[in-house]
Design a protein around this ligand. Structure first.
Ligand SMILES: C=C1C[C@]23C[C@@]1(O)CC[C@H]2[C@@]12CCC[C@@](C)(C(=O)O1)[C@H]2[C@@H]3C(=O)O
Ligand code: AKG
Ligand code: FE2
Length: 342
């Protein structure tokens, strides 16, 4: 099986934008990070993504409805211990608080997939984001050794425990969401229990002028689904057709689940791959988030599920391997879905 890292390495695109700004040392927003002002933010704070209790007997129906109308929901009673989530946030904070030259020791290689650096989507935008990220695929140990030669056991232990719990939850959510479509493991061409996954630690340092810049530019995730811990500081916004950008209010203990491109394709566009972004906060508010991307093995084919196709519903996308789709997305970003459209 080709891993995510191998796909990125084999099809490397020269990424000039890798090294983040040393945010600790700046007092004003440099022109390189100034974004045009966006006035498309909705002031309707009544509208928000649904909250789904995994213990609710109606969870299947509610999750299906949330995926269909929003492409996202917040999940509670998900079984991830709150102290584990706190530990992962604290380890992320410890990492991003390191001096810039220390973080550079774990810098993502130009053709690499893991380590410290700017978001992969950076080259598609004319300005830099107020963001630094750390991507982990599989074991975090090599990068952790580079960051903390004598003190990396705690980081690795917390990350590995979090990855295991996230995998179980993602598998459970996938079954739940597919059940809402009357689809089961037998209808799939891959094993939900052997996914391609990645963990992304995001850091949005406090900003002297938050309205002039952007934390993470609008994008959809390439995953099947993404599970996000967004800490207690707000910043995540989703785009709702006909409404505009809406904030996703942090709820203590809840995790945000969003539909990614692969689930959008499988559902034959019934579930939107939700467009989202992250905005930043004023002095003193250093926001962190932790995203778990759960996907399909890269050698597998992805296409609209046969069960969802009938005379009224013809396929909206042609079949592609996940690897082909990732390459299309790396090269064409938001055009990728339309490039496989029928
Ligand atoms: C599995 C992955 C999804 C991701 C690319 C990656 O290989 C690891 C980083 C992920 C991330 C996090 C920030 C936003 C995003 C669009 C990006 O630039 O890197 C996502 C990628 C994605 O969903 O395509
Ligand atoms: O930080 C956030 O709220 C969003 C992060 C995100 O969208 C991502 O990592 O893909
Ligand atoms: Fe995202």
């Amino acid at each position: 099986m080709t891993t995510l890292s191998e796909v990125y390495r084999e099809h490397a695109i020269p990424l000039r934008h890798i090294v983040p700004l040393d945010f600790h040392s700046v007092r004003t927003v440099p022109d390189s990070h100034v974004w045009p002002k966006s006035d498309d933010f909705s002031s309707d704070d009544q509208l928000s993504i649904p909250i789904i209790d995994l213990k609710d007997p109606l969870a299947v129906k509610l999750a299906g409805h949330a995926c269909e109308t929003w492409g996202a929901f917040q999940v509670i009673n998900h079984g991830i211990p709150s102290n584990l989530v706190e530990e992962v946030e604290s380890e992320a904070r410890r990492l991003f608080s390191l001096p810039a030259q220390q973080k550079m020791k774990a810098l993502r290689e130009p053709a690499g997939a893991t380590g410290y650096g700017l978001a992969r989507i950076s080259p598609f935008f004319p300005k830099y984001m107020w963001h630094e990220g750390f991507t982990i695929m599989g074991s975090p140990v090599d990068h952790a050794r580079a960051l903390w030669p004598n003190d990396n056991a705690r980081f690795c232990d917390v990350i590995e425990r979090y990855q295991k719990k996230m995998k179980d939850l993602a598998e459970q959510l996938t079954h739940l969401i597919l059940k809402s479509l009357d689809v089961s493991q037998e209808d799939l061409s891959w094993d939900v229990g052997s996914p391609s996954t990645a963990l992304q630690l995001n850091s949005y340092p406090s900003c002297p002028d938050p309205n002039r810049t952007m934390g993470l530019a609008p994008h959809t995730d390439t995953s099947l689904l993404t599970i996000l811990h967004q800490s207690s500081i707000s910043g995540l916004q989703i785009f709702k057709e006909g409404v505009g950008w809406l904030s996703v209010r942090p709820i203590p203990g809840a995790l945000v689940v969003n539909v990614g491109d692969l689930l959008h394709i499988l559902s034959n566009a019934r579930f939107p791959s939700v467009l989202h972004r992250a905005v930043v906060n004023r002095d003193g508010c250093h926001r962190l988030s932790v995203a778990y991307f759960y996907g399909i093995p890269t050698d597998c084919n992805v296409s609209p599920l046969a069960k969802l196709l009938n005379s009224g519903h013809t396929p909206r996308y042609r079949s592609v391997t996940v690897k082909e789709y990732m390459i299309l997305k790396s090269k064409n970003f938001e055009e990728a879905l339309s490039l496989i459209g029928i």
